[in-house]
Every structure is written in structure tokens, then in C-alpha cells.
Design a protein around this ligand. Structure first.
Ligand code: ASP
Length: 356
């Protein structure tokens, strides 16, 4: 063999070796092979009903039973869909509508009140297989905002619609609209009154310290969310909320913001957030968890703790997430006293938790 041939052979080996390394680059874009991945047996679902100052000593036995029963009803419904071969998107949507219909949670019926004594609802959903997403913000007449978010994803060229326009879209798509009074609950109305009274006497009037006050913080949580992995290996996540009590100026939190309140990517995980929305937007919580897994190659649990226990508190925020990865591992991470949460795996093993 001549020297030139040996040199060419060496160059050949070098080129081959560099190509091999390329395949180790993170897969952050939509790929066909991400759509059907697991063996058809693995699936799972995880939900939250909000995080916050949820303390055992402030909770009556009957209320605790009611919360647990509703969480169980919702997650069982989603689990059944997955068990029967339904999609993660179907499971997420159905599970969230059950919680939206319950006055226990700050979403749909039972949503918190704005400063102007109205209810403005936000929701979002994301499909991990295609990275498609849909969201609505500030709707006041849509009974189940998560259904409308799904319609935005499936039946519109857009990702996020807001206010009156979102409701016009809802009407055009045949959604039945409800009177805004449908969302009223005395408990949430009383919370608004309590906060307003406190605001009048003790707090500043620019609304800044109002959100930092403990009483106000305690009454602002209760968002609902769900993340699921279906038998085809597809991930999806969704979130729905009334936002924060006493919010003004058409404030929009993290829940309808893709990447903050909701994110799903078949290459990594599906995440739904709950907490102080301003901080969750700034930390891009849901996407950051996915990105940590993707770029650093760490586990879902490590990524969720990094963001919830370090990044969000470092900014001054609080809250939590529920999340599930492409192998069915879940992380239910929060830095508040409690988070209403539940998980069911492929074997039907159920976990329900409220406190730390
Ligand atoms: N994240 C929601 C918001 O800021 C509130 C919550 O999760 O309870 O609108």
C-alpha cells in the first residue's frame, strides 16, 4: 500500500468517526421516529390541583376527603383513556375538564376573581409528538377553556388567542358559551373581598406588595394541570386556571404561556406548572426542565428539582410542577407547603398527595 492510500484510509476513518459523534447531538426538533417509541405497554398520568400554603392544620377532614376524591376521579378517567389506547392529548383534556368543572379548584367553575369581580380564564395544551400547541387567555364565557385551547391547536393557524377574539373563535367552532355567573363561588368571592379589605388598610396601592403579602399569596393558587404518556409513546401536557385573585389590567400568568405553564416534547418530557405565574414566566419553567434533560442529559427528577428548588426561589417565586418523561418516570416537585397531586402508572398504582 502506498503512503497516499494509507493517508486516504486515515482520512476516511476520521470522517466516519466525526459523523458518529453527530448522532449524539440532542434531538430538540420534531422527528418522525419520536412518534411511536415504546413497546405499547408503558403509559402513565400525573395531575396537580395547584400548589401553595396548603397546611394540614388549616384543612378540615371533609375538605381533604373532597379534594382527594376529585383528584382520584379525574386521574382515573384519564388513566382509563390511556389504558384503552387513547392518546395522551385525549387523557390530558378529559382529566382537566373534570377538575375545571369542580368548584374546588381555581379553574373553570370556582375560578378566582379579578379586581373587577370578574373571572378571566387561561389554559394551554401541547402535543409532544408534533410540538403543536394551543392556548387561550382571558376568556370569560367558555365553560372548559382547555377544550378551547385544544381547538386553537387543532383548528386554527395560531397558538394563542385572547379575550373577545378567543370567544368569537369559540362560537364559530360551535362551543357552547356560558353566562359569566356560571363561574361564581362564594368562597372565591369572599377571598377577593378579604384581599381588597387588606389592600385598603395595609398595603401599597401599586399592586406590587399586594402579591407578596402572605394572605394574598395563600389565596392565589389552585390551578389544575395534567401530563401524560400514552401507549404509543406520545407525551402531552395541559394547564388551566383562573389566575391570581385580585389580578388587574387583564393580567395573564404562566398557565397559557407555552414553555412556562405547559410544555411537552416526545424527546424529553411533559410538564404542567402551578405557582406564582410572573416568576414561572421569567424562569420559563416547563421548557427549562425539558431543556435541562435534553442538553445536559440529566433525569426528569434532577431537572425538575433544579428548576423548582433553585431557579424559581432564587428569583423570589414559588410553586411546583407535575411532569412525566418518555419512559413514564414522574416528578411532582414543589417548593410550597403543599401541592394537590396524583399519579397513576401503567399498572394502575395510584398515589395521591397534598402536603410535603
Ligand atoms: N400559575 C397561575 C397564575 O399565575 C396560578 C396558579 O398556579 O395557581 O396565573
Amino acid at each position: 500500500m502506498t503512503k497516499i492510500k494509507i493517508l486516504m484510509l486515515l482520512i476516511g476513518f476520521f470522517v466516519l468517526f466525526s459523523c458518529k459523534n453527530d448522532s449524539k447531538l440532542p434531538e430538540n426538533t420534531y422527528k418522525e421516529e419520536n412518534i411511536v417509541k415504546n413497546n405499547g405497554e408503558n403509559f402513565g398520568i400525573v395531575i396537580h390541583g395547584g400548589a401553595g400554603t396548603i397546611l394540614k392544620e388549616n384543612m378540615s377532614d371533609s375538605l381533604e376527603i373532597a379534594y382527594k376524591a376529585k383528584l382520584e376521579e379525574a386521574i382515573r378517567e384519564g388513566h382509563e383513556i390511556l389504558k384503552n389506547g387513547g392518546t395522551a392529548l385525549e387523557a390530558v383534556t378529559k382529566t382537566i375538564t373534570i377538575m375545571e368543572d369542580s368548584p374546588l379548584f381555581n379553574a373553570g367553575k370556582g375560578a378566582v376573581f379579578t379586581h373587577e369581580k370578574t373571572n378571566e380564564l387561561d389554559a394551554s395544551i401541547m402535543d409532544g409528538a408534533t410540538l403543536n400547541a394551543g392556548a387561550v387567555a382571558g376568556v370569560t364565557r367558555v365553560k372548559n377553556p382547555i377544550d378551547l385551547a385544544l381547538a386553537v391547536m387543532n383548528d386554527s393557524p395560531h397558538v394563542m388567542l385572547s379575550g373577545k377574539g378567543a370567544e368569537t373563535f369559540a362560537e364559530e367552532k360551535g362551543f357552547q358559551l356560558v353566562d359569566p355567573s356560571y363561574f361564581f363561588t362564594q368562597k372565591r368571592f369572599n377571598s377577593l373581598q378579604r384581599i381588597k379589605d387588606k389592600e385598603k388598610t395595609e398595603l401599597d396601592h401599586d399592586g406590587k406588595t399586594a402579591f407578596a403579602d402572605p394572605i394574598i399569596k395563600a389565596s392565589k393558587f389552585g390551578t389544575v394541570g395534567c401530563a401524560a404518556l400514552d401507549k404509543n409513546g406520545n407525551l402531552a401536557a395541559g394547564t388551566s386556571t383562573g389566575g391570581m385573585t385580585n389580578k388587574r389590567w387583564n393580567r395573564i400568568g404562566d398557565s397559557p404561556v407555552i414553555g412556562a405553564g405547559t410544555y411537552a416534547n416526545n424527546a424529553t418530557c411533559a410538564v404542567s406548572s402551578t405557582g406564582w405565574g410572573e416568576y414561572f414566566i421569567r424562569a420559563m419553567v416547563a421548557h427549562d426542565i425539558s431543556a435541562l434533560m435534553e442538553y445536559k442529559g440529566i433525569s426528569l427528577q434532577e431537572a425538575a428539582s433544579e428548576v423548582i428548588q433553585k431557579k424559581v426561589p432564587a428569583l423570589g417565586g414559588d410553586g411546583g410542577v407535575v411532569s412525566i418523561d418518555k419512559d413514564g418516570n414522574v416528578a411532582m416537585e414543589f417548593n410550597t407547603a403543599g401541592m394537590y397531586r396524583a399519579h397513576m402508572d401503567a399498572e394502575g398504582k395510584l398515589f395521591i398527595g397534598i402536603y410535603k
